[in-house]
Design a protein around this ligand. Sequence first.
Ligand SMILES: *Cc1c(COP(=O)(O)O)cnc(C)c1O
Length: 500
Amino acid sequence: MTHTPAPRPGVKGLIFDEPVLFDLGSPGRTAYSLPSSPIPEVETETLLPPDEIRGAIDHLPELTELDVVRHFTRLSQWNFSIDGNFYPLGSCTMKYNPRLNEDMARLPGFALHHPYTPEALSQGSLQLLFELQEYLKEISGMDAVSLQPAAGAHGEMTGMLVIKAWLESRGEQRRKVLMPDSAHGTNPASSALCGYEVVQIPSDAEGLIALDKLKELMDEDTAAIMLTNPNTLGMFEKNILEITETVHSRGGLVYCDGANLNALMGMCKVGATGVDVLHFNLHKTFSTPHGGGGPGAGPVGVKDFLEPFLPVPHIEHKDGQYHCNYDQPESIGKVRTFYGNFGVLLRAYTFIRTLGPDGIREACESAVLSANYIKAKLKDDYHLPYPGPSLHECVFNDKQQLKHGVKTLDIAKMLIDHGFHPPTVYFPLIVKGALMVEPTESESKETLDQFIEAMKAIAKEAEKNPENFHDAPYLPKVSRPDEARAARKPVLRWPGKTRN
Ligand SMILES: *Cc1c(COP(=O)(O)O)cnc(C)c1O
């Protein structure tokens, strides 16, 4: 192999090989030391019936506390994280999670507060939830917010159930939901879960909802349109007023997927654009951790005529007291235990309070500026299928590199050798070989420049030595797993394969 892996700016630390726990340890080692007990030992058999006594476990490793701590700490260093380096994941908004959020979530008054504590003794926590509802209303221009849903997709389902309940309260049984072909996969899934048939609206040449097609498709059997603004190409639906008017004129409602609120907050109130329901991804826009597929929070905002249908309880402020209102006969019911993901809501609250109105707007401006900076710097190296103005993310593809036999997946893999997490690839589906980059407002110009430099080096290498891409990446412990098999039959033992 003649390929020399690229240097990794600032991220090439010590890389440990780590055996599995079962290969570590030595008989007789323990992770505790306790004084001997004066109480005499008794045989377990004299205390329990035989079928309740577990037999000996073979090969259980005997380890010291230090063995265990080092093992897991080393394993954690194999992972890529937002605290470790840049994560330009388009649509998923991987921004820095400020430590102040974590500090606040660990305050004993919050962390130890039991959800069954009576309302009168929970005023502080309830006030926090109430105020978060108010902030989200202010940021979005919606009239009421429920904090219950535990993720974006969960918020979508909740919002669609609210729309359905409202329609049914009017004696209407509509069957369809419209959505653009650039929609995130959770949109059709959420609609289908609520019993709707999904009808796709094609995008026009600019990458926006084709208005003429919408006018053709919108009818009295359509419950709603689910759109994303800015859409998953990072583009603002500039015809939003005409879109919402068209849908409303035939009795339908407008659902806006608010996962991309990073591009609007402080600049544009979604509620003012005719949207009836909107979900927020607190783990994206409001800097709470994504976790391993959770825990997140996906609050839902609605216009006032939909408020009675929101999940219970709704947190209210009356006569100087904060309280949970369960008395909403038209509510779709609970969608999650208690009040939602309290620890996550608390972190988002902290983020909003830290930034304040000006900071929220500035974060949005910086996110948009960063994406456009990357777009401008890389436009000669990578093809831009929709070159129109975009907001907080930009979508390239592999058209220029395909001429040399290098495809999007190869580019993404090679980027790992440069020390960056690959961007979102092959999404949105309407872009063939999409490479979708969202830098967010958290990244410095130096980081963006390093990323741009890496992407340029990759474009050059694709032209000169396309054969290098077949085995990329070269530096990580695992380079090119068979993606389908890796998901279905994961190799959990190390070494699973010999390194090259
Ligand atoms: C992330 C995302 C979702 C889904 O949110 P989850 O919290 O992952 O369920 C929906 N729509 C868009 C546009 C997204 O980016």
